[in-house]
Design a protein around this ligand. Structure first.
Ligand SMILES: C[S@@+](CC[C@H](N)C(=O)[O-])C[C@H]1O[C@@H](n2cnc3c(N)ncnc32)[C@H](O)[C@@H]1O
Length: 246
């Protein structure tokens, strides 16, 4: 007979992780892995609480204008779904979008997609967006434009000042950006080991976004003219946005 095993709860695991993180004998590599796990456990705690309220993965209301991963960026009239506070609904969107089929007119996200893994979660998210949008509904997606940084690469670090100034001036990584390739690495790995955010998992450009939304069944994908009434003004520079229509 197979012995009955009790699974550890994520919360008890988090306590053990914290104890290990405080132990000076814990190596750097293990600490990095533990911090990433602790972050996932915290996110999972919010998700479990919400999915207890809506076990079939569909909330009661049917918002028509929805922002995904808005963080602190509030858009008047939009229902904001995010993995962590502040948000109208705390939900890990890698598990799906908790809205009913064909109910949403406008979905908006910026600097979110690159924070979920590709292909599994990114493709699942785009298929879910297609499911929840009404026919004719639109999804706007903005991400850091990897093509922008890559196109500048031959220019060398002396031409990188504007990128550094606009993207990293307020960050603690400046001493580590010594060559233009360091900047490119940040596009692909930004927020690695960050206490708040999940890191960049995949880089995008216009072509990749177009392919992703086309593959999921959207009938058109076009460049989105940046609208600061909706988008976070600090994202305008160095980002690529598309609007896909169902
Ligand atoms: C870099 S912030 C961008 C915030 C805001 N959109 C902006 O442009 O200022 C990424 C946001 O995506 C959210 N996010 C990351 N992974 C998520 C997931 N799996 N489900 C829901 N939201 C997620 C984060 O919590 C965070 O608020």
């Amino acid at each position: 007979m197979v012995p009955h095993r009790t699974l550890p709860s994520p919360d008890s695991l988090a306590e053990q992780i914290n104890a290990l993180l405080e132990d000076p004998a814990t190596t750097h590599g293990l600490s990095r892995a533990l911090r990433a796990t602790a972050k996932e456990i915290e996110l999972n705690r919010y998700h479990r609480a919400s999915s207890k309220a809506w076990p079939d993965g569909r909330i009661d209301t049917t918002p028509t204008e929805v922002q995904i991963g808005g963080g602190g960026h509030h858009i008047e009239g939009f229902f904001n779904i995010d993995a962590v506070p502040p948000a109208d609904l705390l939900w890990d969107v890698r598990e799906g979008i908790p809205l009913h089929d064909d109910t949403v007119q406008f979905l908006f996200s910026e600097h979110f997609l690159e924070h979920i893994d590709y292909p599994r979660s990114a493709k699942h998210y785009v298929r879910e967006a297609h499911r929840v949008l009404a026919t004719g509904g639109r999804i706007v997606t903005g991400v850091p434009d990897a093509a922008y940084a890559l196109n500048k690469y031959p220019a060398g670090v002396e031409q990188a000042d504007e990128v550094v100034e606009r993207w990293y001036a307020k960050r603690d990584c400046l001493g580590d950006i010594n060559t233009y390739l360091d900047l490119i690495n940040y596009v692909f790995r930004d927020q690695d080991d960050d206490p708040t955010y999940t890191p960049h998992h995949w880089a995008y450009d216009h072509e990749k976004l177009t392919q992703l939304f086309t593959e999921a069944g959207f009938r058109s994908v076009e460049p989105w003219p940046f609208d600061p009434a909706i988008a976070n003004p600090k994202r305008q520079w160095g980002s690529v946005y598309v609007v896909a229509t169902k």
